[in-house]
Design a protein around this ligand. Structure first.
Ligand SMILES: Cc1ncc(COP(=O)(O)O)c(C=O)c1O
Length: 360
């Protein structure tokens, strides 16, 4: 399948072409059973195999230790902003690190359920940086620490896995999970909306250390209690069967590509091409993020004027480079270059950027 357009959208984002081809092949008859995955019972053996393949695919990709569960939910990463405090706050307080728009939302949501300490915020400097490990001071009695490993809108990413000295770490990794190896044992809970690196929208992945399930308060609404998913094989009700099927296909593709180590090398090379183009443009293109925190997944930059930014997006669209307009809340340009974006797409973009700058 040839790709007519390179899609730089932040999510839902590009899916790997071989995944879409496989899904097309199996659209009418999943693995020869004569029915589509969307038509079979989620309680059937055929679907159980689909779910197992997605779950085991993620386990392998993440090199996940046995004491963690992989759960498939709905409600997006946004629902996790509420579920995390509902399940884990347990009458205590939690530390929040705010390095962008999503972390800010997570904090505001958690504050509805109890006491939260914002122990770091880069809001005043426009969300351009992330703290070093040494800059952070955690509250000794925190129930958990929450941070966003990659801020999709602002284009800032933690270049390290956080260490909170034994306090459970909860991480929104929606936009950089599977982009590189994560040191999973450092995390108590990682959540991610699937629509960037894992699959289509409508599936939310929660990876939870099993001991966390033991202290969840009773009385939560069934679908907002992690135990409901852990106890029922992610199916306390009808799951997003099609979405979970695609997650399995993405994991197969990822394994064929060499897993997260291979992805990390490819992703770094793609990001370097873009950042080098920005840095060598004599100030025509300006990065939003400070060098320490530059995201490997979402490259955010500005041009000399909004008018030029509009021209840039319009011309890029005509050149088959789609989805480059920055988030409406911050403006500018954002190139999202998740796992499925081939290096050829980034080469096409940097070629376009050089031409565009030269013409001006
Ligand atoms: C880092 C991050 N967190 C949370 C969200 C919200 O995700 P959802 O739309 O799945 O609720 C997004 C969406 O782009 C995101 O990038």
């Amino acid at each position: 399948m040839s790709v007519a357009i390179y899609n730089f959208s932040a999510g839902p984002a590009m899916l790997p072409a071989p995944v879409l081809e496989k899904a097309r092949e199996e659209m009418l008859s999943l693995r020869g059973i004569g029915m589509s995955v969307m038509e079979i019972s989620h309680r059937s053996g055929d679907f159980e195999a689909v779910l197992a393949s997605a779950r085991d695919g993620l386990r392998n990709a993440l090199d996940l230790p046995d004491n963690y569960d992989v759960l498939f939910l709905q409600g997006g990463a946004t629902m996790q902003f509420s579920m995390v405090p509902m399940n884990l706050l347990q009458g205590r307080s939690a530390d929040y690190i705010t390095t962008g728009a999503w972390g800010k939302k997570a904090l505001a949501e958690a504050a509805k359920f109890g006491s939260v300490n914002e122990i770091f915020s880069s809001a005043d400097s426009g969300f351009r940086n992330v703290p070093t490990q040494d800059e952070l001071r955690f509250s000794h009695n925190a129930a958990y620490v929450h941070y966003t490993s990659n801020e999709t809108i602002d284009g800032v990413e933690f270049p390290y896995d956080l260490d909170a000295g034994g306090i459970p770490i909860v991480c929104d990794a929606s936009s950089n999970i599977l982009s590189r190896p994560f040191d999973m044992e450092k995390y108590a809970l990682i959540y991610a909306g699937a629509q960037k690196n894992i699959g289509p929208s409508g599936v939310t992945v929660v990876i939870i250390r099993k001991d966390l399930l033991e202290n969840i308060p009773n009385g939560l609404p069934t679908l907002l209690d992690y135990r409901s998913y852990a106890d029922a094989y992610s199916m306390p009700n009808t799951p997003n069967t099609w979405g979970i099927y695609l997650v399995g296909l993405v994991c197969e593709w990822l394994a064929e590509q060499g897993g997260t180590n291979a992805m990390a090398a490819r992703n770094k090379a793609k990001a370097k091409l873009l950042y080098d183009t920005i840095d060598s443009s004599d100030g025509f293109y300006r990065c939003h993020a400070e060098p320490y925190a530059r995201s490997v997944m979402n490259v955010t930059f500005r041009l000399p004027s909004e008018e030029l930014e509009n021209d840039f997006c319009d011309e890029a669209e005509r050149a088959g480079l789609s989805g480059l307009r920055g988030h409406r809340s911050v403006g500018g340009i954002r190139a999202s270059i998740y796992n499925a974006m081939p290096i050829e797409g980034v080469e096409a973009l940097v070629g376009f950027m050089a031409d565009f700058a030269a013409k001006r």
